[in-house]
Write a protein that binds this ligand. Sequence first.
Ligand code: ADP
Length: 548
Amino acid sequence: MGAERTPGQAVPPALPSLSAPIIERAPLPVVEVEGSTHVVSYVNSAFCSLMGKSRGDLVGKSFAEIIPRGDECLPLLTRVYQTGEALTHVQEDDSEADPAVWLYAMWPALDANERPVGLVIQLAKAAKLRHDVTAINEALLLAGLRQHELNAHLRQEIVERKRVEEALRESEGQLAATARDKDEFLAMLSHELRNPLASITMAAHSIRMVKSDDSTIVEAQQIIERQADHLARLVDDLIEVSRVEQGKVRLRKEPMDLAKAISRAVDSCEHLIKTQDHTISLDLQHIPPLTIEADPTRVDQVLVNLIGNAAKYTPPHGALNIKASREDGMAVIRVRDNGIGIEHTMLRRVFDLFAQVDHSLERSQGGLGLGLKLVKDLVEMHGGNVEAKSEGLNRGSEFIVRLPFSEQVAATPSAEKAADVRGSSKRILVVDDRPDNRDAMAVFLKLSGHSVEVAEDGLQAVEKALRSHPDVAFVDIGMPTMSGYDVAKEIRLAPGGESIVLIAVSGYGSREDKRTALAAGFDAHLTKPFDPDEITKILNELERFRLR
Ligand code: ADP
């Protein structure tokens, strides 16, 4: 360790080190002290400016003298000097005139033998902004309080939101339950309606077959048939809308010829068009062929609804026009009439469920406001769209349907290929627990030249089927004690039972119902009320089933 100096002794020149010029120009104040008494041997310019003194005033003095409250640092300086370890220190100066924070960094100055000869002290003085700090503290405190309030508010909000969500879930649950109840009710209602309708249709058909000369009977028979047909369509629409809403309808798309579908739909509406004495013109662009990728049954439903409406909502002697063309890669069908038209404000609403514009002519046409809802749903399921146009009341309407095209060519539907030849007499078993249904069907079949046996319940059905081995049995599904499904299963298991053609007859007609019937052993499934022509067709094609 070098000779100790005491404050006040002659000052040696500043430490001759390489770093001296750098330290001299450094922006931070630097002091060098010597020995264990910490006598100032060097101060840089930044330190002189900080203290507002000249170098001569400072060098040679004790460090404790040149710094306000410097004596408080002495124990630290001694520690660095003795241990050789660098230290940092923060000192607050709360003097009224110049409140400040002093930041010290101290490290030992070593000689060539690594022995401490003094210390280098770097200083930084930061003004202590008491007011600002207080203000910041207060602000922080307030922010904390506010945060606390906000948290409490948030908690309350979360509780409230949870309550609302719960209420919503509850009402959603109630709504879903109501919707389920409604759907179940509709399914039941339609089933109940289909049964009497089946009898009425069959009975009316039987009357027609008797060929009366009495014009009153002929007319009455036609009214019954027409109205039963109308009722059947309403029931179908009701069920269909409910099934579409529940997402139960699955499309069976195939390339189909749109022009043929339009002709089929016009045929279906022929009666309505004739009664109203309308003229109808078709403008079908055949080249290239209008093939669309769609479910033919659904497209038929759409077209029949639109053409039927055009006929219904046009006063007698009107003019209907159907145009089909290819526009922007879509097949576009325009069904136009010169009827009662639609007010501008109703143009969108006509597609809503149960929507009806209440004009006397419209009400006189009946309807439930289901058709256009079904049209819209089915068209959209196909990736298309539908739009209504009208210049206003009594200025006609136009419904435009757009459906995606298919590049494939439509196959001729098997139904079109099927020959409609009248076949030979068949032995038939009719199974139904409702006497009216059973008898209406039996009368119709007998009038068609077949030999008919009837059964009132499942047990009788199995017994009669296995005893007389009919060519075909029409079996009602919903019967007490033994369902139609069980009848089919028993017949199929018995010897010889596999050769009888079994046709399920039911008021329920979903694809699921049909699948269940086939799984039970039936060859086909008919939904009540069925078109008597359908029966005739089945009887003409029994061979097809036998080749299973
Ligand atoms: P519905 O015919 O059973 O009442 P729709 O859903 O088919 O039900 O039609 C809804 C309503 O739209 C009808 O009640 C009628 O007011 C109106 N509408 C439908 N088609 C036409 C048309 N071609 N001309 C005028 N109004 C129509």
